[in-house]
Design a protein around this ligand. Sequence first.
Ligand code: ZN
Length: 318
Amino acid sequence: MNVLISEVGPRDGLQSIARIMSTEAKKIWIDKAVAAGFTEIEVGSFVPAKVLPQLADTAEIVAYAAGIPGLTVAALIPNARGAANALAAGAHKITLPLSCSESHSLANLRRTHAQVLEDARIIAQMIRELPEGQRPHFEGSLSTAFGCTIEGVVPQAKVVELAEALMEAGCDEVGLADTTGYADPAAVRSMIRAIWGAVGKEALTGIHVHNTRGLGLANVLAAYDVGLTTFDSSLGGVGGCPFAPGASGNIVTEDLVFMFEAMGVSTGIDLDALFAVRNYVQAQLGDEPLYGFTPLAGLPLGFVPATQQSTSNEGALA
Ligand code: ZN
């Protein structure tokens, strides 16, 4: 596997639609995704059920997924209380969002940068108190890193400063998130290099981009070319309409996997099995629209995915 595709549909996708998927259906989705080759899935968010009833079963889903061998179970945590619940449920990776635009942070989380950073310190301490081998990977996510719908431009220097602050607070890693779909490939390249210059390459390996303005895959490719290796995406782009202002518009897992596999970059994911996961999720979501081009067009005639080539090479060596 050359790149890690982190499926965020069960969290980022489902939180953006009104329909509530049953706990059983979520478990089957996760099972099918693992069978298709996914090794990391963000399965939920530890927010109060009254805020996001779609994700009220996150603790149960995390505990279930943590029992699947080889799967890294990721969860979003809004604060220290959410982190405590995530640790109790057995999450392997927890992500604390820090909105680089303080206005956005105040509007959405009602918290200042200083308050979020204090939470990061508390969470890092909670993790240190766990026995070795039970400590989850702690990521601080730099959301609105490429611009904000309230403040507009977010200076690169501010993002770099917050990346340093998150690492100092005790995060294992920071992640970049283009929450608003403002990024472009040049901005992505420049931002990654600036953050690496401040905190080191091993402290930033992944990016979460949106397709709000159609640049999602271009931004992923820019990040890959510079050297990032982990990319978030949502099956069928669940929960985001690319043409609706303010919609999240996650990039579509199927198209992302196709792009890498076509380039000769192995994702470890089987595209036909992935299309079957899509069909299952579509059946569960009824008339909720799914997005993406590859599932509708089908694979090119004679297409040999990189993952299949690497598997057959391993077979030849064995
Ligand atoms: Zn997203």
